[in-house]
Design a protein around this ligand. Structure first.
Ligand code: SF4
Length: 363
């Protein structure tokens, strides 16, 4: 095992796979604490210590895909499908705007119909107009055609999240059906198209998947750097009993180990790519109530409080035991602010909090 004493952590440009594997393999409390402190210092030095908020609106749980790990995959007939009304979206947007969140994220399952594309375009225009362009908008609505991505960009979305879930083709194949709808190559092409169009582009992976090794995770980090991503959202893999991947739950790492591994991934990525945006994902909060705050202290700088109306929130469970499904936006906000304050973390209110790494449309 490689010990990471204070001055042993290398500068970002010199990280290679061996060094990353060593960081991800740290298992002594003091070594991990050193890693997290160095990552936090790198973040503060490069992009400041503020955390930016994105009000998350889970717009629709209707999805045409069947990813093996996902609780809202289309084959799961136990899910009650919904699409929020304009009024419900506006209510969530208003909450984020009035509470100075700076940005919202519109997230949904994947639908590629013309009706869906048009509905998102209309919503984007109306959010921009309604908030006098004060709110930044991130989209997370899956793979779409270049035309649709362009249309949404022109309608006001300027950031897009499209998680690859793993950068390893073999592992990707094990966690998705083997068909054209779930193609690794198409996913990669979509990420590249987003970059070319000019979106600040984000991707991400799950940590602690069945069959996944520390080597795979080090490759994921190098992949983010190679494709020159602007934003990353990574969370621990959390099993859902209504999914095919649940059959492998006996082989999983304990939750506490998946949690630590996620924090190490965040910290290592911050050292590797100091100026990108890194999300402290809600999945961390499932394992530890202070999970997101701990992620911020390990180098993350984005938190996405849930603004989705409580009536449907329980129907958007990619993983089980999603936290705060009965908390309305007001309660989520008060809890988050109190936790951040307790952890001494400053919130960048009223700011879009764009990725400093973003240099325009150059993949
Ligand atoms: S992960 Fe996304 S694309 Fe895959 S089934 Fe779930 S919602 Fe659909």
């Amino acid at each position: 095992m490689v010990r990471a004493k204070k001055n042993e952590l290398k500068v970002a440009e010199k990280f290679d796979k061996k060094a990353l594997v060593a960081l991800l393999s740290l298992d002594k409390e003091e070594d991990m604490a050193t890693l997290f402190a160095r990552a936090y210092a790198a973040k503060t030095q490069c992009i400041g210590n503020s955390v930016y908020l994105r009000g998350l609106i889970e717009f629709s749980n209707i999805c045409t895909k069947n990813c093996y790990y996902c609780g809202i995959r289309c084959a799961n007939k136990n899910v009650i499908r919904y699409e929020l009304t304009d009024k419900e979206v506006t209510k969530a947007v208003d909450f984020a705007w009035k509470n100075r969140y700076g940005s919202v994220v519109l997230q949904s399952g994947e639908q590629q119909s013309a009706r869906f594309a048009q509905r998102i375009t209309t919503l984007l225009r109306s959010i921009k107009q309604h908030t006098h362009n004060e709110l930044g908008i991130t989209l997370s609505c899956g793979e779409q055609s270049v035309e649709t991505y362009k249309e949404w960009f022109e309608a006001g979305a300027h950031r897009y999240l499209l998680r690859i879930e793993t950068s390893g083709k073999d592992l990707y194949r094990k966690i998705h059906p083997d068909d054209l709808l779930h193609s690794f190559e198409k996913r990669m092409e979509a990420i590249c198209n987003l970059q070319k169009i000019g979106y600040q582009t984000g991707t991400g992976v799950m940590i602690g998947l069945p069959f996944q090794t520390v080597d795979d995770l080090a490759d994921d980090l190098l992949f983010f750097k190679k494709i020159n991503v602007d934003m990353v959202g990574m969370g621990p893999y959390l099993e859902h009993h209504e999914t095919p991947l649940y059959a492998h739950c006996q082989s999983l790492l304990p939750l506490s180990v998946r949690f630590e591994l996620t924090l190490k991934m965040i910290a290592a990525l911050r050292l590797l790519m100091p100026d990108i945006n890194i999300a402290a994902t809600t999945a961390l909060q499932v394992i530890d109530p202070m999970g997101r705050e701990k992620a911020v202290q390990a180098g993350a700088n984005i938190i996405m409080p849930n603004m989705t109306t409580v009536e449907v929130r329980s129907q958007y469970q990619i993983y089980e035991n999603k936290p705060g499904i009965y908390d309305d936006a007001e309660i989520s906000k008060s809890k988050l602010e109190a936790n951040l304050q307790q952890a001494g973390i400053e919130i960048g209110y009223n700011k879009w909090g764009d990725s400093k790494h973003f240099k325009g449309n150059s993949p």
